[in-house]
Write a protein that binds this ligand. Structure first.
Ligand code: GRG
Length: 358
């Protein structure tokens, strides 16, 4: 990983921190304690791997940064909520997260529960209220859809997509590819473009909901809770982690790409990349849980063994798990072959995910 990549990561992390600061409700807005706790759970910590993947996929698809920022924030809020709930006594019962006391320790259990609930709904609010396509030729849609909610109190002004952004090509996955902007200037085209944009936005909402719910992360968590003390087979473990950890990572990549312009075939390849690298992320997480210390991880190390949880390490041993991560990494990189240099950031992030020490 070169200095250029490290610079890209640092610049994006810093910019994104400000985006999140702007999108989260201010701590002095009622109910203050809940808003303060939401900011505590989200800000000042975390590697922001999912947003970085969204940024890299957005770059590949030629998306505008401001659009990807909103999509990445939605994914990160879901991730932050899942960590808050996962740390609660009824789940993993942990006291340390991102180097700080967990949310329920710092505040209280009821507040932590509400923090998770509110972060989750804020994620979908953001996806719903920020326009993807702000082409200036369609002021009626811009005015209604770009408008900042009068009193949402969420500071949502921070990352509204630029109103004069050029018209994006519609997604090639749309069943009826449209003519390019300027080819026809009639009312039905206007409507069609506006509707298509809204359809794409709806698709992003659907993708994030699917990745977060019982067929995604929450479902994976349910399997995880039910598997304590049990000996899972490798396919069962894989099924659990593709849902618990992988689904949101996949969604981050797809949402980033949806902010720009990617063909159905490109989206499929990105989805496959996301599936492989999402699983690799979890395999590495299992290795780190055994090998790294609490201070480095910013969360309690050795929890999986303490809780008698099946992991890639318990199934394959440390070396077997490392080998598996390498194999998934290699396969993930293969899926990017056709993208050339446009996928360079995704490749570098894949390297980071597999080589990381925390
Ligand atoms: C409560 C619905 C619900 C789901 C919880 C994500 C999750 C499911 C549990 C977290 C527990 C855990 C250790 C999962 C393994 C992988 C993982 C998601 C680790 C945390 O993600 P990182 O390393 O965290 O990206 P940071 O803090 O860097 O954002």
């Amino acid at each position: 990983m070169g200095a250029d990549f490290q610079g890209w990561v640092a610049a994006n992390q810093a910019r994104f921190e400000e985006v999140l600061r702007g999108l989260l409700p201010k701590a002095d807005i009622a109910p203050q304690r809940l808003h303060e706790a939401m900011r505590y759970a989200v800000l000042d910590g975390g590697k922001r791997v999912r947003p970085l993947l969204a940024f890299a996929a957005g770059e590949l698809a030629g998306a505008e940064q401001a659009r990807v920022d909103v999509a990445a924030a939605a994914v990160e809020l879901i991730h932050a909520y899942s960590l808050v709930h996962d740390d609660m006594p009824c789940m993993d019962d942990d006291v340390l997260r991102r180097g700080k006391p967990t949310c329920h320790v710092q505040y209280d259990e009821a507040t932590a529960l509400l923090v998770g609930d509110a972060l989750q709904t804020l994620a979908f609010q953001l996806l719903a209220e920020h326009r993807l396509n702000g082409h200036a030729r369609f002021p009626h849609t811009r005015d209604t859809l770009l408008a900042k909610p009068a009193d949402c109190g969420s500071g949502c002004e921070a990352a509204i997509p630029a109103p004069d952004a050029p018209q994006r090509r519609v997604m090639a996955s749309h069943p009826n590819p449209l003519p390019q902007a300027g080819e026809g200037e009639n009312e039905s085209l206007r409507e069609f473009l506006a509707n298509d944009d809204a359809a794409r936005q709806l698709e992003m909402v659907r993708l994030l909901a699917l990745a977060s719910g019982s067929r995604g992360m929450a479902g994976g968590q349910a399997i995880d809770l039910a598997s304590v003390g049990k000996a899972l087979t490798l396919p069962e473990l894989e099924f659990m982690h593709i849902h618990k950890t992988g689904a949101l990572i996949r969604a981050a990549i797809l949402l980033g790409a949806h902010c720009g312009s990617a063909s159905a075939e490109q989206l499929d390849r990105l989805d496959r990349f996301g599936k492989l690298i999402g699983l690799a992320f979890q395999v590495v997480d299992d290795v780190l849980d055994c090998e790294a210390d609490t201070a480095t991880l910013g969360k309690t190390a050795g929890k999986d063994a303490d809780n008698d949880k099946p992991t890639y390490v318990s199934l394959l041993g440390i070396q077997g798990a490392r080998d598996m991560a390498q194999r998934l990494h290699r396969e993930a990189l293969e899926t990017l072959a056709g993208f050339g240099m446009a996928a360079q950031r995704l490749r570098e992030l894949a390297d980071f995910i597999v080589l990381r020490k925390f």
